[in-house]
Write a protein of this length. Sequence first.
Length: 152
Amino acid sequence: MRIRALEISVGALILAGMLALVALAINVSGLNLSQKGGGYTVYARFDNIGGLTERAKVSMSGVQIGQVSAIRIDPKRLMAEVELQIFDDVDYLSIDSSAQILTAGLLGEKYIGITPGFEDDLLEHGMTIEDTQSALVLEEIVGKFLFNKVSE
């Protein structure tokens, strides 16, 4: 009887550990089981997205206000065009807001940070954020540093 109780407790402990690993994997991958539906779409163009992926977070002041819904190349400007799905309740972004690609955490997760502007006109469905800042790519920074050292 005592061995049976020990086997059941070990099994429960292993099951709890597996559930914790699944929860950690979902959290790290950026998946969210309770996604907000709806919202409106705005666009932003970047010279270099540096590893940004679809479903990446869009945040303002550390609070998630949307997610990246698509990434494609703009064939006319030859820039990365990022489609942002902003939640419905975020209806206060002005047209002079800026977007930049930032890195969070030790794993290097990329996300888009929005800095609000001060205009009275607000972003609407289908509009483009004009003021953008591309991702910092470590290889480019090191290359520029080395090139400057060699030329001296």
